[in-house]
Design a protein around this ligand. Structure first.
Ligand code: AAO
Length: 535
């Protein structure tokens, strides 16, 4: 998007004499509708509205997936795993979380090298699919990381002396002096100074108040921007002062004009876990970009599981009405790479691919509802093993060969993925709801209906309508859809292929009414119709 910088807006307010009346009006209008602040805009291509997290995928596979699947089905972009060099951990053997322990900012990981990364970014951008990088910049590796060249690119480091010559960072660049807990770790999330100045799980905490550190981080991010990425997830943002984040974001370049219009700012979404109950709130980070709304998946999971007396009918005021951050500040998701395996926060209510039936309903609800910018999770399978309610295999890394290299994502004849890649984004219910969201983009939330229990329905203006039956009895009811008369193909039970429907057909009469029947024992107890799947 082309838009004036916030600096210019500030100048216009402070020194209006510099601007003509017309320009002033445009600037004030842009500011009022909030589109002038580029970092909130996902920079997806017009007509696309969601991104997918291809957790631990290789760059070569992502490039192919952009071309063969994501672009054709209208996915706007991909969040990729951290691309910078990380520590190699062998006990346990190559856990996924080693990638959250940086050793340098060289583009060199199990997902691929810099050439492969560049190739992916170009090929995805060329088909209109954006790349978002998970930026791990709060810290380097853990204090117990040892010394040597056990890193994904072979760069030497010494965790004990805080020496990372491949950046370079030395002891001066870490926060040790600022942290006042006995062991240098965060011990109490109720203390905002500990959370920002001490070590998260023993990870060496960078001194982000130093201009040198900010510059090194900005150099890394600018390198990625110049390659063509569209934005960043800021890992562990809660553990950095909002002002320090702002300081390195202010040093970032505009996006590459090969794919983005002049003056486009990188999209920023910050990982701030705010479930309430801690002094640090996500609103402190709004000035920098969007934030991850963790309440979203935690609450939606509770409702769809019908825990704590929750019912789908309570979702009528879903969104800000549930105490979430403003919609235009939210990045939302049903589960993420942490809480799908008990890391991070969200708790037991989080729905994942392991609970496929409920999960599809949750993702369907998320993609139909207008709140927030949506991210779909795409996972790999691992052998879960619970001991006292804890998955002792929560560390297991991506499908890989015995030498630790990641297995490619193979595609089966039925379009699902092989090699233990789950590919939730290819489940036809989820993929079709990504399309649904694109079709209804910009349409208001409308025609809510509920039975006071767990049967609910709502529309998106005159473009789409969705009905859920999460009760233990049959649903059979006539509802106002808001859609033009005609025969629609339910995109949950099937697909529109040419002029026929492989699933249930829904007949909308001239007054917008339609009859819906959903068995409570259906594998997918929900129906979604939209004008793009009208026969
Ligand atoms: C690994 C080992 C550690 C070892 C360390 C260093 O597991 O034993 O000490 O290496 O050698 C990932 C893994 C970590 C891994 C790390 C580095 O998850 O296990 O450590 O890589 O390899 C906090 C942060 C949040 C973070 C989350 C995991 O605030 O930023 O922990 N997520 C990101 C990434 C994540 C990554 C990192 C950060 C580090 O997404 O993949 O870690 O780069 C409360 C706080 C939350 C806090 C949780 C942590 O949550 O509010 O902010 O998240 O605690 O448990 C209820 C509450 C909720 C509470 C929750 C849990 O739900 O309502 O507020 O309980 O208590």
């Amino acid at each position: 998007m082309n838009c004036r910088s916030s600096k210019e807006y500030k100048l216009a307010v402070e020194r209006p004499q510099l601007y003509t009346e017309g320009t002033m009006q445009v600037l004030l209008l842009l500011a009022a509708v909030g589109v002038c602040w580029g970092q909130y805009n996902p920079n997806v291509q017009a007509g696309t509205t969601s991104i997918v997290h291809l957790f631990e995928w290789r760059w070569a596979d992502i490039a192919l997936e952009c071309e063969r699947y994501l672009a054709p089905y209208g996915f706007g972009g991909v969040q990729v795993s951290p691309p910078n060099e990380n520590i190699v951990i062998t006990s346990p053997y190559r856990p996924w979380w080693e990638r959250y322990q940086p050793i340098s900012y060289k583009i060199c990981t199990r997902s691929g090298n810099e050439d492969e990364f560049r190739d992916m970014v170009s090929r995805c951008n060329n088909v209109g699919v954006r790349i978002y990088v998970d930026a791990v910049v709060n810290h380097m590796c853990g204090s117990a990381g040892g010394s040597g060249t056990h890193s994904t690119c072979g760069s030497y480091f010494n965790a004990g002396s805080e020496d990372f010559p491949a950046v370079p960072y030395s002891g001066w660049d870490f926060n040790d002096g600022k942290c006042h807990t006995g062991n240098g770790e965060i011990q109490n999330y109720g203390d905002i100074y500990q959370v920002r100045d001490c070590r998260l799980s023993g990870l060496l905490d960078l001194a982000l108040e130093k201009d040198y550190v900010r510059t090194k981080i900005a150099d890394y991010m600018n390198h990625l921007i110049d390659i063509g990425v569209a934005g960043f997830r800021i890992d562990a943002a809660k553990h950095m002062w909002p002002g320090d984040i702002k300081a390195f974001l202010d040093k970032l370049n505009n996006l590459n004009t090969r794919w983005f219009s002049e003056g486009t700012r990188p999209f920023i979404f910050q990982e701030v876990i705010d479930l309430g109950g801690e002094p640090i709130t996500s609103s402190e980070y709004f000035g920098n970009g969007r934030v991850t709304e963790f309440k979203y998946g935690a609450k939606l999971g509770t409702v769809i599981r019908k825990w704590n007396g929750e019912k789908l009918s309570y979702l009528k005021n879903w969104g800000e009405g549930w105490g979430f951050v403003p919609s235009d500040r939210a990045l939302v998701f049903v589960d993420n790479h942490d809480n799908q395996r008990g890391h991070g926060a969200g708790g037991a209510s989080i729905l994942t691919f392991w609970d496929a039936r409920l999960y599809k309903m949750a993702v369907g609800f998320m993609l139909a509802h207008p709140y927030g910018f949506t991210r779909v999770m795409s996972s790999y399978r691992w052998p879960r093993s619970f001991v006292n309610g804890q998955d002792v295999n929560d560390w297991i890394g991506p499908p890989s060969y015995s030498d630790g290299t990641t297995k490619p994502v193979t595609i089966n004849a039925d379009t699902t993925c092989g090699n233990d890649w789950v590919c939730e984004h290819r489940w036809h219910e989820i993929r079709n709801m990504v399309v649904f969201r694109n079709v209804v983009d910009g349409q208001p939330f409308s025609n809510w209906w509920d039975n006071g229990s767990n049967q609910v329905a709502f529309g998106r203006g005159s473009k789409g309508f969705i009905v859920f039956n999460n009760d233990d009895w049959h649903l059979n009811t006539d509802l106002q859809t808001g859609l033009p008369a005609g025969t629609y193909c339910d995109v949950i039970s099937g697909d529109k292929e040419g002029n026929r429907c492989t699933g249930t057909q829904v007949y909308v009469s001239g007054d917008g009414m339609a009859n819906f029947q959903i068995s409570n024992s259906a594998e997918d107890p929900f129906i979604a119709i939209h004008v793009g799947a009208k026969l």
